[in-house]
Structure formats: structure tokens, C-alpha cells
Write a protein that binds this ligand. Structure first.
Ligand code: FAD
Length: 286
């Protein structure tokens, strides 16, 4: 397949949005290119323009605000993993980003690209969901803020319009009393897509009972998801060993009920339960 497109590298965010306003539906946005290059090479995407956003300084910083931290869409995994504020504030996200691909992929791949690619197996999505992530999306003269859970609507499918650009991700830090975990099951340790991935964050009250718990699972449904029904049912309980085993099974049963029995259920049900048990042990026992 011959790759034939015009490469554009806007010098500013405004210039980029102006190009998208005129040519959005015939353009492909290139951040790190780790997903896009594959679809260009395979011919599954044949844009007239490839719009390189990787040097837009306006969307390349980490900003600390009073109640949230805003992460620029084109910061790479390697840059974020090396950022002290990100590592300290979002340990599950940092762990997840360290799992992505290989060093070469992490050196160019971005969070904005992971969101826009909208894979059910994306490593960064579950740990962003436990921070109630919101996505900043811009087009000429307008900004919309969308909940990450609402933006992704199916495998490789989201509500982004052709003239829109993800410019940042807004995450709410939690107090230091919260413990967090991120784990994944994959064929290999690196260069392997997650078969199941999970992020958990939890806080106990002064009596050792669960005050808050957040569980997000990926690779098990058309989109990564928070399982709020289970989260709510755990509030006020004591996280003992038997409870953790039972909750792992409960999480797996809940997912199977949600997505239905499939050819992969025989493998995935115990895999989800096992992963949930490990994540819950990380936050409640370790
Ligand atoms: C060998 C290999 C291993 C991988 N391993 C993993 C893994 O372990 N875990 C994982 O989650 N992913 C993995 N990936 C997928 C990929 O690296 C990630 O999804 C990455 O985050 C994509 O970011 P990017 O900057 O490279 O996106 P790009 O490839 O540049 O773009 C991806 C898609 O998003 C669009 N896009 C990019 N940025 C924006 C934006 N700011 N606004 C709107 N649209 C945008 C592009 O047009 C394109 O459709 C792997 C890929 C490869 C090739």
C-alpha cells in the first residue's frame, strides 16, 4: 500500500485547531505515532493530511491547580514516569504507564493518543478512571470537558469530532491515606497487550472499615469501566482475607453478568477474580 499524504506540523495550538476546522475530516492527528503509523502502513487509514502535534508547547506541561492536576495531552509516557509530581500523586497510573509497550514506545507514546485510540485494553485508562478523569477537548473558539468514561463509547470508538483535539487530561488527586494498585495480565512482561488490567484505589476509616474504594477494569468489555455497583457495596466492610477472596469472585461474576458469557469466559472469569484479589491485597493488606 502506497502511503500518500501531506505532512503538516503546525507551530501553535491555534494553527493546529484552524487546520482541523478546515481539513479535520481528511486529516489524521499524529502525536507519538505508535498507533497511527500502523494504520497508515496497513492502509486502514488513508488521510490526505497527517497533522503532527508532537511539538505543540501549549499542550506539553503538567499543571498543578488547587484541586486537580492537568496533564498535557502530548507528554510521553517516559516524560510522565520521570515526573515527580505524577509519580507521587498517581502511583497506579505511573505503574500502568511503565507497562506500556517497550522503552521505545514509551519514549514517544502519549496519554492523549491512548485515549483517542480508545482500545479496551489501554493501560492508562483504568488508572485514570479511578481519579474520575476528565478530558479537555478543544476546537476553534471552544473547549469542552468530557468525563473519560463518557468519551470512550466502544472499541476504537469515541465521541471526538474530526475538528477536535484532546489537549489535556484532568485528574483529581486523592489524600495520602489512599492506597493504590495497578496490575495486568498479559502474555509477556513487555510488548504485550493486557488480557485483563485493573486499577484499585481505597481508603480505610479510623476503625479499619472501607471508607472509599474505586475499581476500574480493562480488556473485559467494549470499554474500560468503573464498577460502581461493587464499589458501593463494599463501603463500611472490614477488608479481611476471606472478604478479599469473596470480593475477587464478586468482581468476576459482575463482569460476566455485564458482558455475557463468551468463548473467553472460561479463561477470563478466574483471571479477573485472581487479578482483583491481588489488587485488593495490595491496597488492604500489604
Ligand atoms: C509495539 C507496540 C506496543 C504497544 N503496547 C501498548 C501497551 O502495552 N499498552 C497500551 O495501552 N498501548 C500500547 N500500544 C499502543 C500505543 O502505544 C498507545 O495507544 C499510545 O498511547 C498511543 O499514543 P501515540 O501518541 O503514539 O498516538 P498516535 O499513534 O499518534 O495516535 C493514536 C490515535 O489517536 C489520535 N490522536 C493522538 N493524539 C490525539 C489528540 N491529542 N487528540 C485527538 N486525537 C489524537 C490519532 O489520530 C490516532 O488516531 C502499543 C503500540 C505498539 C506499536
Amino acid at each position: 500500500m502506497r502511503i500518500n499524504f501531506k505532512y503538516l506540523r503546525p507551530h501553535s495550538l491555534n494553527e493546529c485547531l484552524a487546520v482541523l476546522a478546515t481539513h479535520g475530516d481528511e486529516s489524521a492527528i499524529l502525536a507519538g505515532g505508535t498507533d497511527l503509523m500502523i494504520s497508515l502502513r496497513s492502509g486502514s487509514r488513508t488521510p490526505k493530511f497527517v497533522l503532527d502535534i508532537s511539538r505543540l508547547s501549549e499542550i506539553r506541561s503538567v499543571e498543578q491547580h488547587a484541586e486537580v492536576i492537568k496533564i498535557g495531552a502530548i507528554l510521553t509516557y517516559s516524560e510522565l514516569i520521570a515526573h515527580p509530581l505524577i509519580v507521587k500523586t498517581f502511583p497506579a497510573l505511573s505503574a500502568a504507564m511503565s507497562c506500556v509497550g517497550s522503552l521505545q514506545i514509551r519514549n514517544v507514546g502519549t496519554l492523549g493518543g491512548n485515549i483517542a485510540n480508545s482500545s479496551p485494553a489501554a493501560d492508562s485508562i483504568p488508572p485514570m478512571m479511578i481519579h474520575d478523569a476528565q478530558v479537555m477537548i478543544q476546537k476553534v473558539n471552544s473547549v469542552r470537558i468530557e468525563k473519560l468514561e463518557k468519551l470512550i463509547v466502544g472499541p476504537s470508538s469515541n465521541t471526538l469530532e474530526p475538528d477536535e483535539l484532546i489537549t489535556g487530561i484532568i485528574l483529581k488527586p486523592v489524600e495520602s491515606a489512599y492506597k493504590q494498585s495497578y496490575r495486568r495480565i498479559a502474555r509477556r512482561k513487555s510488548l504485550s497487550i493486557a488480557r485483563v488490567n485493573m486499577a484499585v484505589s481505597a481508603k480505610l476509616d479510623a476503625n479499619g472499615l472501607i471508607e472509599d474504594v474505586r475499581i476500574s477494569v480493562g480488556s473485559v468489555a467494549p470499554t474500560p469501566l468503573r464498577i460502581k455497583k461493587i464499589e458501593d457495596s463494599l463501603i463500611g466492610l472490614k477488608p479481611e482475607s476471606k472478604f478479599i477472596q469473596e470480593t475477587g469472585e464478586l468482581v468476576a461474576r459482575h463482569i460476566v453478568d455485564l458482558v455475557g458469557v463468551r468463548h473467553s469466559t472460561e479463561y477470563k472469569r478466574p483471571a479477573i477474580a485472581g487479578l482483583a484479589i491481588k489488587c485488593l491485597e495490595d491496597v488492604f493488606i500489604d
